[in-house]
Design a protein around this ligand. Structure first.
Ligand SMILES: [Zn+2]
Length: 429
């Protein structure tokens, strides 16, 4: 079921990494939805919600009363778990707030940077069979810590027109009041263009199915930013003989159950570990409720035996996994070998699922090789950095000639003059 490979040659790597392409041609349909929401606003949202979510809504906005009453519908143990996760995620992200810096690049030339929150952000929280409570925490908390003034949440309603009470409980805990019952591409359109009920935003965050992902790609053409290119989840475990096959199998299956297009990979220097992990996967699969999904994901996955440490990490860095578990001796020392990964989990106790929910760091991470160039969501993803520069008369005299020479070499006389006029003024004084 899951492929086994022995020390694959570099020329084979791309083939190993191939992701299942479950790409229907959705673009025309999505463009249609975007256009219609842009033109007809709420009316289009109500129409699409009836079509896709099976419920006719009078009001897209979640009322204050619904939010207030949601708390009573959430079981005490779930509330406690949510509050503990919020605590850890808040602690980690608060520490991420950028520090200011200031530099005098030359006498009389001062430069520094200031950070500002993005004024309006939209968070998309998928609903359906498994409402992603954790995603609301992972996006809402950094947005709050960045102090974004306007935070909008869109999430699809169930067929009775309700939002999962735990979603509303989390929103209330975070002080998020603008929650709207709309999902899919129509929700992305609403946040991108704004409707009478739903305010438009400058940046849209959050995972989703291929409709949502493609809609996010498309609204970028209209000047709306998005968090990052999204794709199906992936995990790579690097294990040596000190690891536990049962643990590795459970980690691989935890990501395989996300979706049939998920991908999980084991790289180990120990052949016996590979075989025992394979057996453990088979055993744990038997009674996994999402077995059907996991089995499909395993078809695109593999177990790799690679005795050469250097080659193993070359392969890991080429893959650039969203999640990387180092289940080996002295895992902290191995971090220096990693150049591309979304998030790294050290040692046998650091189950990736802990990071998905509650350790503290963000779970919104780059997939599909994007960890080569992208980072996961952080407080700074909700902020902009603005540079500030101040030149005194002394500074102008120091740098003037350099700028004039550079401007002249680009044949931009207007630029040159902006300096020469000032220099002449100072020299006349
Ligand atoms: Zn996961």
């Amino acid at each position: 079921m899951i492929r086994k490979l022995k020390s694959p040659a570099k020329s084979q790597w791309n083939e190993i990494f191939v992701r299942p392409v479950i790409e229907e041609n959705l673009k025309d349909g999505i463009t249609q939805i975007l256009m219609e929401v842009r033109k007809n606003g709420d009316e289009a949202l109500i129409k699409y919600t009836e079509r896709f979510d099976g419920v006719r809504l009078d009001d897209l906005r979640v009322g204050e009363k619904e939010i207030r009453e949601a708390g009573a519908l959430v079981p005490a143990d779930l509330k406690k778990a949510i509050l503990q996760a919020i605590g850890n995620i808040s602690r980690y992200h608060s520490a991420q707030l950028p520090e200011s810096m200031s530099v005098e690049t030359m006498p009389g030339i001062k430069a520094y940077q200031v950070f500002r929150p993005i004024d309006k952000v939209g968070l998309y929280i998928p609903g359906g069979t498994a409402p992603l409570l954790s995603t609301l925490m992972m996006l809402g908390i950094p947005a709050k810590i960045a102090e974004c003034p306007e935070i909008i949440v869109c999430t699809p309603p169930d067929s009775s027109g309700n939002i999962h009470p735990a979603i509303l409980f989390i929103a209330a805990e975070l002080g998020i009041r603008n929650i709207f019952k709309v999902g899919g591409a129509q929700a992305i359109a609403a946040m991108a263009y704004g409707t009478r009920t739903i305010p438009g935003v400058y940046k849209i965050f959050g995972p989703g199915n291929s409709f949502v992902t493609q809609a996010k790609e498309l609204v970028q053409l209209d000047g709306v930013s998005i968090d990052m290119p999204a794709g199906p989840s992936e995990l790579l475990v690097y294990a040596d003989k000190s690891a536990h096959p049962d643990f590795i199998a459970s980690d691989l299956l935890s990501q395989a159950e996300h979706g049939p297009d998920s991908q999980v990979i084991l790289v180990t220097d120990d052949e016996d570990m590979l075989e025992r992990t394979d057996q453990a996967i088979r055993k744990q699969l038997e009674d996994l409720p999402r077995k059907q999904i996991a089995v499909q994901a395993l078809e695109n996955s593999c177990l790799i035996h690679e005795p050469d440490l250097e080659k193993a990490f070359e392969l890991i860095n080429a893959y650039a996994p969203e999640h990387l578990i180092l289940a080996c001796k002295d895992p902290r020392d191995k971090v220096s070998l990693v150049s591309n990964a979304g998030s790294i989990f050290l040692g046998s106790w650091s189950a990736e699922a802990i990071g998905d929910y509650a350790a503290g760091p963000n779970h919104t991470l780059p997939t599909n090789h994007h960890a080569r160039a992208y980072s996961g969501v952080s407080v700074q993803t909700f902020m902009k950095r603005i540079s500030v520069q101040e030149v005194t008369a002394e500074g102008l005299l120091h740098i003037g000639q350099t700028v004039e020479t550079l401007a002249a070499s680009e044949e931009l006389v207007g630029h040159q003059r902006a300096v020469s006029i000032r220099r002449a003024y100072l020299e006349k004084r």
